[in-house]
Structure formats: structure tokens, C-alpha cells
Design a protein around this ligand. Structure first.
Ligand code: KIV
Ligand code: NA
Length: 263
């Protein structure tokens, strides 16, 4: 296939074809996922939990995400690479730019940042300087201490309204993609309908423009607690390659997420 770019995502979005994203941290998995046809490889700060065994994403550094981004970029040929900006690396537009530039130099095509309207200026600052930005709304794990745990977000009508407004503000500031995590399916649908760029859901219902899962969750190798939105795609599959293909099929045909994965 040709390289997956922003234009590719727009084309998929316009023809209502679901977009597939998986987290990826090394060259071998990047090569496999790319060959299977996953559109977006996410170097998530989840690497702190699934690769490093830490109990949150908060200690992950920009150097660590850059290192894993380089590993993924070496194994990848055509997928789009999105890298997470870790906690504490985008508190101001200027520091965000310096840190995002490190990830772009490491091979990322886009960076992802967690949060709402407080990031308006930062999103504008990055996108005006040629760094594509993916927003991340809902359950943003870097805010775990402020949330008081990993809890479903946007459950009241006020909280839901705020998330929709945040998405619109960041889209207007230049964000070209959004991850929506652990929100009611009805809100996932509303945010997706309010925007003119794709949304990628993880526990955000079946009406998002695409879906993402953490690799170690969908292969059932993460030893920790499993979130409701996770499905074990290894089940019934003879190989990791077949599990990844089963994930792509299930996202594309709309059978994942099913009601039991949703809020
Ligand atoms: O870090 C990560 O893996 C993520 C996804 C869960 C969206 O941000
Ligand atoms: Na993340």
C-alpha cells in the first residue's frame, strides 16, 4: 500500500471506513502491523506500564518515547506513526514544541497530547509550525491524580458538553485527529458528529471514526487489570499475525467494539 498520510485518513473518514490504530513499541511489531494493514501505529506512553512495568504513565520521559519511536520507525514502511507527548513535556507552547520536535526527528508523523481547552494555544503553536497534533479527551491517564483514579469521564450532561466544546476548540486550533477514551458511547457519537476530523475511540463506543487498543491488552499478555473496553484478539487465533488481522476485520466490519466493551 501507499504511505498512510493525513490525506489517507481524510479519505477513509469521508467514505466512512473505520480507521485502525494499535499501540506499538518496537521494530518487529511495527513491521508486522504495517504488513497486516494497521493504518496508525501509536507509540503510547502506555509503554511505561506495558514495557517498563510501572504503575502509571506519569514517569515516562521524552527520551523514552523518542527511543521507542525510532525503533518503530525502523520497522515500519507505510503506516502513520503517532507518538505520545509524556506528562510534563507540554506545559507551555514553547516546551511542547521543543519536545514534539524530538519525537518528529525520531520518526513520528504526528504527536498526541492529553487535555482540553487549556491546550488551545499549544495546539495552534505546534500546528502552525508544521507539527500535526492528535488530541486526547475523556479519560486522559496523565490526569489520574486529578480524576482520583481511572474513571469513565463525561457522564453528566455538563461534563459531556465540556468535552464536546474542548474537541471543537482544539479542532479549530488545528488538531487533525482525536483519541476519545472511556466515555459513554452516546458522547463518543456526539463528539464524532460535532467534528470534521476523525475520532479514534478506546472505550468510546462504536460510532467513532476508528478504534485503538493497547497491543499488550489485545494480545492478552498484560498482567494487570483489564479495562472493560479491551477484547482479547488472541482468543481462537493461531498466531499474533492472525490476531492483528482479526482486530482489523472486527474494527472495519463494526463488530468491535460490542456493547460489552462500551459505557
Ligand atoms: O498510551 C496509550 O497507549 C494511549 C492509547 C490508550 C490511546 O494513549
Ligand atoms: Na497515552
Amino acid at each position: 500500500r501507499k504511505s498512510v498520510t493525513g490525506h489517507t485518513l481524510t479519505a477513509l473518514y469521508n467514505r466512512h471506513e473505520k480507521i485502525t490504530m494499535l499501540t506499538c513499541y518496537d521494530a518487529s511489531f511495527a513491521s508486522l502491523m504495517d504488513q497486516c494493514g494497521v493504518e496508525i501505529l501509536l507509540i503510547g506512553d502506555s509503554l511505561g506500564m506495558v514495557c517498563q512495568g510501572k504503575d502509571s504513565t506519569l514517569p515516562v520521559s521524552i527520551e523514552e518515547v523518542a527511543y521507542h519511536t525510532e525503533c518503530v520507525a525502523r520497522g515500519n514502511k507505510t503506516a502513520m506513526i503517532v507518538s505520545d507527548m509524556p506528562f510534563g513535556t507540554y506545559a507551555t507552547p514553547e516546551s511542547a514544541y521543543d519536545n514534539a520536535a524530538e519525537l518528529i526527528k525520531a520518526g513520528a508523523h504526528m504527536v498526541k497530547i492529553e487535555g482540553g481547552r487549556w491546550l488551545e494555544e499549544t495546539v495552534r503553536f505546534l500546528t502552525e509550525r508544521a507539527i500535526p497534533v492528535c488530541g486526547h479527551l475523556g479519560l486522559t491517564p496523565q490526569s489520574v491524580h486529578q480524576f482520583g483514579g481511572y474513571r469513565v469521564q463525561g457522564k453528566t450532561s455538563e461534563a459531556a458538553k465540556r468535552i464536546i466544546e474542548d474537541a471543537e476548540i482544539l479542532q479549530n486550533a488545528g488538531a487533525s485527529l482525536f483519541v476519545l477514551e472511556a466515555i459513554p458511547s452516546t458522547l463518543g457519537k456526539e463528539v464524532t458528529e460535532a467534528l470534521s476530523v476523525p475520532t479514534i475511540g478506546i472505550g468510546a463506543g462504536p460510532d467513532c471514526s476508528g478504534q485503538v487498543l493497547v497491543l499488550h491488552d489485545m494480545l492478552n499478555v498484560y498482567p494487570g487489570r483489564k479495562a472493560r473496553f479491551v477484547r482479547n484478539f488472541m482468543e481462537g487465533q493461531p498466531s499474533i499475525e492472525e490476531a492483528i488481522k482479526a482486530y482489523i476485520r472486527a474494527v472495519k466490519d463494526g463488530s468491535f467494539p460490542a456493547p460489552e466493551h462500551c459505557f
